[in-house]
Design a protein around this ligand. Structure first.
Ligand SMILES: Cc1cc2nc3c(=O)[nH]c(=O)nc-3n(C[C@H](O)[C@H](O)[C@H](O)COP(=O)(O)OP(=O)(O)OC[C@H]3O[C@@H](n4cnc5c(N)ncnc54)[C@H](O)[C@@H]3O)c2cc1C
Length: 430
């Protein structure tokens, strides 16, 4: 015998928990249930932001998202970062701003965020049903038949909030897209995003493991520049990470996944062109000819990075056409006095400093990805209600949609905003 529910929310991550609260606040008389496959609800919230949960950002705009600008704008107009801050205040979770603009709970604990969301749902009478993985969802006249691993339900409205596929051990295994497809929705190709990148093992990254510095990453696809962004880059034993890498990762991954020629390049001197850096090296040679090259570079880069770049150029950079490596001073570059640096060597080094090819061979995959790129196209959803344009009574929210934010609290903002809109609208629709 199926249990009747007014609103069933499938998936109790950030988006589903927000939807539960807004639905129950709007219509306290309705029966609302949150069904989740996981044994413990909210595992992803607990690990987010290094265990502190970066709830949102002090400034959120459509350009912080990869998704149809107009759609994101409408969603944010309904529930933006200021509304989020007020809402969390009302849940007893005041937020504080960090210098980067990220907002965290003042407690510095993601558990505070999760507990507040669970408590408010419970107080409002929303039933929390963990270990209820939904296997099947079928529209049936005015209702939906929901089959879980334990029992079956009949719901008058369904909010699908099953997330993407990032960190699948938290329960977000991509099954929600199968359900959505069976209902007639499409799903654009999905890839891990906000994920560290793996470099060819022959590259020098291992020797710099743990070092971070500012850098600009440029992504070229089939020779065309598709993305350029600046931020902190972290060298690791497998390749590169840090905010700038995570944000850039989607562009390489999508292009590579679609069989295009994708290549990443690093400028160690953000905002400076080849000409700027070449001029700087040339001037330094005239002004302080006895200073070593590695010495000069370490004034602007970590010492280990300066040294490795010199030996990299020495060992791998092709000498100019018609020249032998030994014709030029490509040897012992780090200790070469600046005054003795020849033009060809200087230009080879400048090239490495401003446009170093990073030999990316892949990403760390779903287990290390913070978000999914791709999903249900936004055009299949109404931005004012998050209702499916295909199936009456169905709502689609959160990471399962084809919209991903950059690092900085934007993905949770998307979860709260879409959850608020769907929860409110589903409750008002009775
Ligand atoms: C390590 C890590 C750190 C992060 N840190 C931040 C951060 O600090 N700030 C930020 O903005 N974003 C962060 N993110 C991204 C953010 O966590 C997600 O974008 C956001 O949680 C997505 O919310 P969601 O509710 O749409 O999906 P999810 O949180 O993935 O929730 C989906 C839920 O649906 C359930 N589910 C799936 N399939 C079924 C089914 N068939 N039946 C029933 N239940 C099902 C799952 O168990 C899960 O609980 C981080 C992500 C990761 C992985």
């Amino acid at each position: 015998m199926s249990q009747p529910i007014d609103i069933a929310i499938i998936g109790a991550g950030g988006a589903g928990l927000a939807a539960g609260i807004f639905a129950a606040q709007t219509r306290p008389d309705l029966s609302i249930a949150l069904l989740d496959g996981a044994r413990a609800i909210g595992a992803k919230i607990l690990v987010s932001g290094g265990g502190r949960c970066n709830v949102t950002n002090v400034r959120v705009s459509p350009s912080d998202f990869n998704g149809t600008h107009r759609f994101v704008e409408r969603v944010l107009q309904r529930f933006d970062e200021r509304a989020t801050t007020r809402w969390f205040d009302s849940l007893g979770v005041p937020l504080k701003e960090e210098p980067t603009g990220k907002l965290f709970p003042v407690t510095n604990s993601a558990r505070t965020v999760l507990q507040a969301l669970l408590d408010r749902n419970t107080t409002l009478g929303v039933r929390l049903l963990p270990q209820h993985r939904v296997k099947d969802l079928r529209p049936d006249e005015q209702n939906f038949d929901i089959t879980t691993e334990r029992e079956t339900f009949t719901a008058r409205r369904v909010i699908l909030a099953t997330g993407g596929q990032s960190l699948p051990k938290t329960g977000s295994d991509g099954h929600g897209w199968t359900i959505a497809r069976q209902l007639g929705h499409t799903v654009t190709p999905t890839f891990p995003a906000l994920v560290p990148l793996v470099l060819n093992d022959q590259f020098f990254h291992h020797t710099l493991s743990g070092i971070s510095h500012e850098g600009t990453i440029m992504t070229r696809v089939d020779g065309k520049l598709v993305d350029r962004r600046t931020g902190s880059l972290l060298w690791t034993h497998f390749g590169i990470s840090g905010p700038v890498t995570l944000d850039a990762s989607r562009f390489w991954i999508i292009a590579h996944g679609q069989g295009q020629e994708a290549a990443l390049f690093l400028n160690f001197f953000p905002g400076q062109s080849f000409e700027d850096v070449d001029r700087w090296l040339s001037k330094a040679g005239t002004a302080s000819g006895r200073q070593t090259l590695a010495g000069l570079l370490s004034e602007r880069l970590p010492v280990r990075v300066a040294k490795i770049l010199c030996s990299y150029v020495e060992n791998t950079w092709p000498p100019p056409p018609g020249k032998d490596r030994h014709d030029e001073n490509f040897t012992d570059l780090g200790t070469t006095p600046l005054g003795e640096l020849r033009r060809a060597t200087r230009r080879a080094l400048t090239q490495a400093l401003t446009n170093l090819p990073l030999p990316v061979i892949g990403s760390r995959g779903w287990n290390f990805a913070e978000v999914t790129t791709g999903g249900i196209p936004l055009k299949e959803v109404n931005p004012y209600s998050m209702a499916s344009r295909q199936i009456p009574g169905l709502y689609l929210i959160g990471e399962m949609l084809d919209c991903d934010g950059r690092i900085g609290g934007f993905n949770f903002q998307w979860a709260w905003s879409t959850g608020c809109i769907a929860g409110t609208h589903a409750a008002e629709s009775f």
